[in-house]
Design a protein around this ligand. Sequence first.
Ligand code: NAD
Ligand code: GLY
Length: 361
Amino acid sequence: MEIRVNLGERSYPVLVVHDEAVHFPARLREVCGARPCALVTNVTLERLYERQLGSWQAELGFVRVVIEDGEQHKTIATWQSVLDTLLAARLDRSALLIAFGGGVVGDITGFAAAAFLRGVDYVQVPTTLLAMVDASVGGKTGVDHPMGKNLVGAFHQPSLVWVDTAALATLPRRQLVAGYAEVFKNAFIGGADMFAFINQGHRAVLAGEADAMVQAIQRSIRVKVAAVEADEHERSGRRALLNFGHTFAHALERCMGYGSILHGEAVLWGIACACDLGRRVGSVPEQARTAYDELLLKLPLPPLPGRPDPQKLYEAMLSDKKARGGTLRFVLPTEPGTSVVRDDIGQEAVMATLGAVFGGN
Ligand code: NAD
Ligand code: GLY
């Protein structure tokens, strides 16, 4: 299945396949041509996929760059170490980088591709659910800074995204559920059909049933692609809809401590908060309330490592990079499958939501 991302000369295909690793080198050459390559992965994936990577390397002859595993390594230092290896290998501007991993590997590799010799092409091969449905598509690349997450980076679209759902077989359950957050989020922004799909099919997706999972991935990629095509550089507000639940999630990650809660886990709680706030400020029409209540019951909310302090969460929201000039921006649900960006929500309503969602935790 091919989903096209139409961005003029930056257009590219997202190929969604199942267990077709053996065909990857040929498809890569077909789309990107025969060129010198470097594959970036992390220590965990190198160990798990040694045979597959070995056989790709034999065919493609790439330089292998292996970074440490974990968000704490999504740093300028790691990014520089990738650039150091590319330079030491004397790759030139015809080079093609291949990101084999989750969102961390993808973001670092994309940012290395944006900067290496002022920009080379790269390919995303996402191996987590979150990276398949979100991080690998759309060209946001970057690294974290001590001042906050993703503060340094660039928009740089890949030339190909190769989504092989077979990789999910080795993904730990907790990571799978975290990735499911970005699928579930699309129920609120992907139109009535996506809302109905998640509402009816959530159990099969969460149980990892192959057909349901492939459907969920394809549909989610389409939602992401539509937002990216409409607003590639997040200027008009259309792409900002993808941040449904994220204003709350970023604050929760920060307050709970990165590492103690996964991004997707925080997004699941963020979705619950956005729905509560939507009801509170009246963005959810009366007749849609029951549909939302039903859907929220299906949300696989993970346990939190502690009880978050609403006041600290609010302060963390204000210091987020997306809180421009102290104005908080929320994506709030309206009709099922549709949301709006709001920057006129007062502190009282937000505090009431934080109290209601986290009060009894
Ligand atoms: P991750 O990249 O840290 O991967 C999660 C864990 O799963 C890691 O330990 C990894 O080694 C392991 N793993 C990956 N694939 C595996 C597999 N198939 N089998 C077994 N283990 C596997 O985390 P993530 O959730 O994929 O991505 C989170 C990152 O993505 C964050 O840094 C976030 O900022 C970024 N992100 C970027 C965008 C974007 O648009 N660029 C969007 C969303 C998130
Ligand atoms: N993950 C949100 C975006 O790509 O815009």
